[in-house]
Design a binder for this molecule. Structure first.
Ligand SMILES: CC(=O)SCCNC(=O)CCNC(=O)[C@H](O)C(C)(C)COP(=O)(O)OP(=O)(O)OC[C@H]1O[C@@H](n2cnc3c(N)ncnc32)[C@H](O)[C@@H]1OP(=O)(O)O
Length: 207
């Protein structure tokens, strides 16, 4: 029997998540709040909005939220979980997840990503294409580690933080809750909550 997965968020990110789900054997149906009636995302059907998904939740074996904005992803996924949705962990077959790592449900680990020994990746996190989360690092819920970003050993990326594409984070660094690290940054000092920082070395540019 084919398992059915509902994806909330018919976006570019959603397409990548859909392919991972298919590689894991799911049949994918999209929902999106911008949809008024039946629609398409590439060849996938988009059949309704969040309210419609809530109505039809028991028709799906699993649900995931493919929305890049960390806070919206958190709000939507937490709502669906509170309504009893199963939120599977989605891992691309080419990703490498250590048997000693902990990866929670509702996270997505994309192609070529590495999650090393004793790292922890929490609920609703995105470990994007070819990102590396080194040993003992903690990526808290709803954070996003963008493509080709490397988080060295023993770091903490707190809830809803966004580490931009191609960044490098030195070992034992803490990136605060909801902080934004700009593309291509090199983070060598702790970053406070809620700020935007970028550059080499990364500096806070917006409080
Ligand atoms: C699969 C995927 O696609 S995942 C998504 C991947 N995307 C990312 O990682 C994007 C990360 N976002 C960024 O880097 C953004 O530029 C941000 C969030 C840091 C800043 O965004 P904004 O506030 O809109 O800044 P804006 O684009 O207006 O630029 C403001 C200034 O900062 C500079 N700047 C912006 N980002 C950076 C950066 N990462 N490094 C260095 N300088 C930067 C700009 O050149 C500009 O400088 P100027 O005023 O001298 O012209």
């Amino acid at each position: 029997m084919t398992l059915k997965l509902a994806i909330l968020g018919a976006s570019g990110h959603g397409k990548v998540v859909a392919e991972i789900a298919e590689l894991m054997g799911y049949q994918v149906t999209f929902f999106d709040d911008a949809v008024q009636s039946q629609d398409k995302l590439e060849h996938w059907n988009v059949i309704g909005n969040t309210d419609d998904l809530v109505q039809h939740l028991n028709e799906f074996d699993g649900v995931t939220v493919a929305i890049g904005n960390n806070k919206i992803r958190r709000q939507k996924l937490e709502k669906l979980i509170s309504l009893g949705a199963n939120v599977p962990l989605l891992v691309h077959p080419s990703a490498s997840v250590s048997k000693y790592a902990t990866v929670e449900k509702g996270a997505v680990i994309m192609a070529g990503a590495v999650v090393n020994a004793f790292a922890r990746v929490e609920r609703g996190v995105i470990i994007n294409t070819q990102a590396v989360v080194e040993h003992d690092s903690i990526i808290q819920s709803y954070a996003h580690i963008c493509p080709a970003t490397a988080i060295a050993g023993g770091c903490k990326v707190l809830e809803c933080a966004w580490v931009g594409i191609g960044s490098n984070v030195r070992q034992l660094i803490e990136i605060g809750e909801s902080a934004i690290i700009g593309a291509g940054s090199v983070v060598v000092k702790n970053i406070p909550a809620g700020v935007t920082a970028y550059g080499n070395p990364a500096k806070v540019v917006k409080d």
